[in-house]
Design a binder for this molecule. Structure first.
Ligand code: DCM
Ligand code: DCM
Ligand code: DCM
Ligand code: ZN
Ligand code: ZN
Length: 275
């Protein structure tokens, strides 16, 4: 996700964590403000480009070698590359955060990675290998052929950033807070109320990799149903029209809501086992 998506996941989680969890993570992150999670939610994206931190770049995704739109699936042994992947990263950083023999700086960085990666794993193209998660699929959206950096627009960035910003009509921190408030209401009393119980079904702090793989598998299904329902050729170089947006926006809202709610419950589990 882009900045708006990560900030919104963070604010949804902020709205659902137990008060004791909030106090613990405000201490770990050395930030007692109400935006203690949003403030660090994109830290992992800035670190990808920092010298000495290049190892973290492949940890933002898992390149499923499946065959959309005919068959979608994530397999850990096949798809988690030799340099690691988001499923293994959620395992490692969860264990680091829970390890009392590690120092405060390393545990704080582990917390920042967890907040970011629980967001990214819910973006369908972060669980897909085709054309580097859609980065190699040029598309036009709402008449725009280029992003704000004048680079050709691609399918990955349309899902990370363009569609979320169109849903919200902005990309500020306040926009994220407001979007998160809407999603929080949808979870508590609205369209997600009947399903939220099932969102935490496969969650097991004793096995973070299996938990993360279940999230990646569930998310990867949308590559076949929604991201490229008629295959790569049907969208490559084309303008994605209103019909595409109408089908994608509800999936993106669902995935941001799921990521934020699951992040809150994952943080609660960590807080309950923190030494
Ligand atoms: N990004 C950033 N800092 C940079 C370059 C890019 O925060 N120096 C962000 C902008 C994109 C995002 O990274 O929206 C994409 O990364 P991902 O989807 O892995 O979170
Ligand atoms: N932080 C960071 N990089 C960012 C944002 C935040 O390293 N892009 C760190 C700095 C503090 C903590 O997160 O340790 C709190 O962030 P902030 O100073 O933004 O409140
Ligand atoms: N990305 C991905 N799958 C890949 C390569 C990259 O999901 N195989 C993501 C990470 C960033 C975005 O795409 O969110 C752009 O990556 P980069 O800046 O490394 O091209
Ligand atoms: Zn991305
Ligand atoms: Zn990322």
């Amino acid at each position: 996700w882009g900045t708006l998506g990560h900030h919104t996941v963070a604010y949804v989680a902020t709205n659902f964590v137990h008060p004791k969890t909030r106090v613990l993570f405000q201490s770990i992150l050395n930030d007692i403000t109400p935006s203690y999670l949003a403030n660090i939610a994109t830290w992992a994206d800035t670190m990808r480009y920092v010298q000495g931190w290049g190892w973290s770049a492949p940890l933002h995704f898992i390149d499923a070698e499946d065959d959309p739109p005919h068959s979608c699936a994530v397999k850990y042994s096949r798809d988690c590359g030799e340099h690691g992947c988001i499923v293994g990263a959620i395992q490692n950083f969860t264990q680091q955060l829970l390890n009392p023999s590690l120092g405060a700086v390393q545990r704080s960085q582990a917390a920042k990675f967890i907040v970011h990666f629980l967001g990214d794993i819910h973006q369908p193209l972060h669980d897909e290998g085709m054309a580097k998660g859609g980065n190699g699929i040029h598309v036009i959206f709402d008449g725009d052929e280029f992003n704000k950096y004048y680079k050709p627009l691609n399918l990955h960035s349309v899902w990370d950033t363009t569609i979320p910003e169109k849903i919200v009509g902005g990309n500020t921190l306040l926009d994220a807070e407001n979007w998160a408030a809407n999603l929080t209401t949808a979870i508590e009393t609205g369209i997600y109320k009947t399903q939220v119980g099932a969102w935490t079904n496969s969650m097991n702090l004793a096995d973070p990799a299996s938990t993360a793989l279940s999230w990646a598998s569930e998310t990867n299904v949308f590559v076949c149903t929604t991201v490229m329902p008629n295959g790569r050729e049907a969208i490559e170089g084309t303008e994605l029209n209103g019909t595409y947006y109408e089908a994608s926006a509800p999936v993106i809202e669902l995935q941001i809501a799921r990521a934020g709610y699951r992040l809150a419950r994952w943080m609660d589990l960590i807080a309950g086992n923190f030494k």
